[in-house]
Design a protein around this ligand. Structure first.
Ligand SMILES: Cc1cc2nc3c(=O)[nH]c(=O)nc-3n(C[C@H](O)[C@H](O)[C@H](O)COP(=O)(O)O)c2cc1C
Length: 197
């Protein structure tokens, strides 16, 4: 199966999985709040351990103080293109919760659960005509402080959401990299019964 991104699946998945990729060229157009909420609604329905739903998101629309606050937490490399995103968001997860006895206990699956929520959101973005591009390149300490994140939460990543623009709108070096990537074959990460070295 090949889709318009030129990606080819070896097994019959829905084309949505091939259509989702991480462009850097965005139009900068406003994203209606209701459309944005649709993406977070998809995240809402992700599964999590004990239905703990440990994900949190802090967002800002382009042109607002909230956007600027998030933008300034991003690495220089990410700031080169995210200024044209319609929405920037920081993805957080709850690392500790209070037990019945009042003690703070680690929640071992917070990152796994929050990753699932991000994945749902990214797929819904495509269904809604948008792209969500995750970023690990964020100053986590600055984000914790500037966004007022309390103890017991961790900054997992940031993301840029928007409609894709022509790759020519990017600086030349980024333009050259603006191509959907391929993947390892399933056989490289799947083994039966025992870990394959
Ligand atoms: C947790 C995470 C962190 C990432 N960090 C960055 C980043 O800081 N900057 C960036 O431009 N892309 C970043 N990416 C995008 C990845 O490079 C991209 O998802 C990967 O190359 C696969 O390509 P695709 O999403 O287009 O399929 C990140 C993606 C994830 C999931």
């Amino acid at each position: 199966m090949t889709d318009e991104t030129g990606r080819r699946a070896d097994h019959a998945v829905d084309r949505l999985f091939l259509d989702r990729w991480s462009p850097r060229a965005f139009t900068g157009e406003p994203m209606p709040q209701e459309t944005m909420l649709t993406l977070f609604e998809a995240a809402r329905w992700a599964p999590s351990a004990g239905n703990s739903q440990p994900w949190r998101f802090v967002y800002g629309h382009r042109g607002t103080e909230a956007f600027q606050r998030i933008y300034e937490t991003l690495d220089e490399g990410n700031r080169r293109w995210t200024h044209m995103a319609s929405v920037l968001a920081v993805v957080l997860s709850q690392t500790h919760r209070k037990s019945a006895s009042g003690e703070m206990r680690p929640t071992h699956t917070h990152a796994f659960d929050t990753g699932a929520a991000w994945g749902y959101l990214a797929l819904q973005a495509r269904l809604s005509g948008y792209y969500a591009h995750a970023m690990g390149g964020i100053d986590r300490d600055k984000a914790m402080t500037d966004l007022g994140v309390p103890d017991g939460f961790r900054v997992e990543a940031a993301m840029a959401i928007g409609r894709m623009a022509a790759r020519e709108t990017l600086p030349e070096d980024l333009m050259k990299r603006e191509v959907p990537s391929d993947r390892k074959p399933v056989s490289e990460f799947l083994s039966e019964g025992r870990f394959a070295r």
